[in-house]
Design a protein around this ligand. Sequence first.
Ligand SMILES: [Zn+2]
Length: 486
Amino acid sequence: MAAEDAARWHRSLKAPTVETFDLLSDEETFNDGANVGGVTRERDALSEESEGENDEDSQLSFWEEALNAEEEAGELFDNDGACTLEEALAFRKRLRVVGEDCFLAETVEAGTISAKKLCTAFGIRPPFFLEGQEDEAFYPLLGLGICRELQKRVKLPQYNTVDDAVSLLKKSRNIIVLTGAGISTSLGIPDFRSKGTGLYSQLENLGLSDPQEVFDISLFREDPSIFYSVAKDILPSSKKFSPTHSFIRLLQDQSRLLTNFTQNIDNLEGHAGILPEKLIQCHGSFATATCIECGYNVECAKIYHDLKAGKVARCDRCIQQIRQVKPGSKRKRSSNGSSGSRKRRQSYEDSTDDEDDDIAVAGVMKPDITFFGEDLPKRFHDRLLEHDRDLVDLVLVIGTSLKVAPVSEVVGVLPPSVPQLYISREPCSHVEFDIDMLGNCDTIVTELCRRAGWDLQHEMIAENSSIDVQLQEGYESRFSFKIVDT
Ligand SMILES: [Zn+2]
């Protein structure tokens, strides 16, 4: 589109000025120059990939790809032919003000902007396979983008201050608390996802191309020894819990807790006394283990010694059955299957000595933590959709950046009229919360309880310190919390 056209649609639209935090919560994310060029590289990669496979399936996945471009929206807005961040914000706001029909009438139908360019305002990267096509070809994609935008939760204007958060806590009787690694880091438990300090950095020493492979279910089936070699390091050893765990327990004691969905596998919620019926461990836990062959389920205590020793635990039931079928005889592990292109697998097989031969064909026990490529526990979906969704009156997200699906989608499936509060170190840019409270989780919940007049007791809460709360510049509902020693 010519520059004067661009100027024309921009004028004619008379878009109101918008506060950048109003629709997209974190401006820095979108202006981050460090990632410029990423889109182009990815697009090139996509083009190469597409050569020779133009069937419908691959095209479908590219549509999804285009729709999911929003995560890297910063790159999107910096591209030629795309809306700028300011334009995107104005379009989004305009859509909500005038509605879809009127919005389309004054934009693409009036010819003030192409559908292709307007797609970028809704975080959609124009897919390469539509390159050079008539503008009509972009209409379906634009429709999807508009639909998605209208379904998004918008911040409730009536809740802004820390005291608003406190009064919400005090009047709510069915609170969903969604927690992540951030509530356990004050205890020295490694955060899975932080670079440098996180567990993944430790795992890099194993020589895996992607440390996440340790939790990949297909790799586990191929060679469980990789997981078992690090299991002892991630096995929860602490029964201590943090002030934030105590805070959740306090909500339960006051009959305010509906459900605690946790992404953590350290089971500290259990140690803090959260009742099993109120706790959903979204990524499972180390409490039990299951045979990957026959489904035999045991308490993890049964395989604890193997886990601690870094030895692959085998299924007792499988072993028994094998011995019953061929009493007294030993069976060699079959050598077919995916033979050792991986060094690790090779060494794993080499280490299988004769003594273990009959055990070697028995199923491997896998702790019931959820691996990549596995479904979340059924209880998660049932509880969320068939129980909590109709009851919840407040959502508290604590210590998670909500980056891992499908847990990250919990906030999106709840009624948008239910207030949502955010407590964590860093702001979360892809979800719009009503009040953001940033800092150490323990510090923040301590201050909230003090203001609510609740007696939160925990040995880690220092009695002679006060907490400083500051409104962040440029925001109406984002606060930072710091301990000040007195
Ligand atoms: Zn078994």
